[in-house]
Design a protein around this ligand. Structure first.
Ligand code: GDP
Ligand code: MG
Length: 381
């Protein structure tokens, strides 16, 4: 069996990872490659999996802990996708609040699984709305320790993808790319828009052809890292909804998302990322709020009918109990106004625990002296 290419697409909550996975997988499949996807989260019931499973591709999930703390879970997911999809390429999305991926995932993959897997350069996605203030030394809409995680993600990356470029003017983008290049001179830089497809093929070309992966380690203070994760309450839930025969689930999706945004705003719980998926009659609408400054965005259509399934994933600066209260109140408000009955099928809220990586390499594992040589040079697409 030839080696399988593993592409890690990291980056903070709401950066655009899942949207890029969808678009890149579609394009890789169009090139005749057999593609598989792996999602990751602190708890089961994932909007990302609900969305990506509509791609028709094999999607495996590592939930309950992140790739670094459940390295063997990642390996099992990789083997599952290889077995079931005979995958040439697997694109994996780590939890958005994770960092130190080079030391805890890339190096062990290279050293322990280099005989079967070929790792692509570690790509980290950055949303301009948070990237710009963070490059200025601020924390954007994040707690400073969460912003610390954001910086460490960029620091350890082999490639930085500035995302959502369709939202920027060309001169704004040019200035931002210059600032990123100055702050992270060794990383390959790429402006992308998964929405318009801009530079998605270039990213695929880069990740499919290069294997200089995990060339840097970041120095990570695990107390700050742990606190940066812990400041975000985490809630995942699945709810069965029963409404009138002609309930408009698109309206419900937007109404619930906006009501929840208002709840979090009025209670001053800073939004990390809120995602919903509403499925009805085989159709799916997804919605997202990728930060305080972001307007709720709804994609797809969920149709009209009596029954629907809601999956909600909320990450916000609140205790798990406060977050639970806010989401429950928004759900009550959005269902009562439409006379919709809600039956909770699964509901978990938690505070992410201290990261306990399965492996943590203190040094970069170089497969050859030549590779050691290139780790100190900037590499362009
Ligand atoms: N305008 C624009 N929005 C995007 C793009 N990529 C993602 N988004 C939106 O950003 C939000 C977060 O995207 P998602 O892929 O879930 O981010 P993740 O948390 O990193 O997986 C969603 O509302 C997406 O629709 C893009 O290229 N352009
Ligand atoms: Mg995602």
């Amino acid at each position: 069996m030839s080696k399988t290419k593993i592409i890690l697409a990291g980056g903070f909550l709401g950066a655009g990872k899942t949207t890029l996975l969808w678009e890149a997988a579609r394009r890789a499949a169009a090139r005749g490659l057999r593609v598989g996807l792996i999602t990751n989260d602190q708890a089961p019931e994932l909007v990302d999996s609900a969305l990506l499973s509509r791609s028709g591709l094999k999607v495996a999930e590592v939930s309950g802990s992140c790739f670094c703390c459940n390295f063997n879970g990642l390996i099992s997911a990789i083997q599952e996708v290889r077995r079931e999809a005979e995958a040439d390429v697997i694109i994996a999305e780590p939890v958005g609040s994770c960092t130190d991926l080079s030391a805890t995932v890339a190096q062990p993959l290279k050293q322990l699984w280099g005989h079967e897997l070929q790792l692509a350069p570690l790509s980290v996605l950055a949303d301009p709305a948070r990237l710009s203030p963070i490059l200025d030394g601020g924390a954007a809409d994040l707690h400073p320790d969460a912003a610390y995680i954001y910086r460490k993600q960029l620091e350890e990356s082999d490639a930085i993808l500035v995302t959502k470029t369709d939202l920027l003017q060309p001169d704004e983008l040019a200035t931002l790319m210059q600032r990123v290049g100055k702050a992270y001179p060794l990383a390959t830089l790429l402006p992308v828009s998964a929405l318009t497809g801009s530079n998605v093929d270039e990213w695929l070309d880069m990740t499919l052809t290069r294997s200089d992966a995990g060339l840097r380690l970041a120095e990570v203070d695990y107390d700050v890292y742990a606190h940066g994760e812990a400041v975000l309450g985490w809630l995942n839930g699945t709810v069965r909804l029963h409404g009138k025969p002609a309930t408009d689930w698109n309206f419900f999706t937007r109404n619930f998302l906006e009501t929840l945004a208002e709840q979090l705003r009025s209670k001053r719980h800073s939004v990390g990322h809120v995602k919903v998926a509403v499925e009805s009659g085989g159709l799916l609408a997804t919605g997202s709020i990728a930060g305080n400054a972001a307007t709720p965005a709804v994609r797809g259509r969920a149709g009209i009918g009596a029954e629907a399934k809601l999956v909600v994933n909320a990450r916000a600066e609140a205790t798990p109990e406060e977050l639970n209260k806010a989401v429950r109140e928004a759900l009550n408000a959005a269902t009562h106004s439409e006379e919709i009955a809600a039956n909770v099928a699964a509901w978990r809220y938690l505070q992410p625990g201290r990261p306990q990586p399965t492996h943590r390499f203190a040094n970069v594992f170089f497969r050859s002296p030549a590779e050691a040589g290139i780790s100190q040079q900037p590499l362009h697409v």
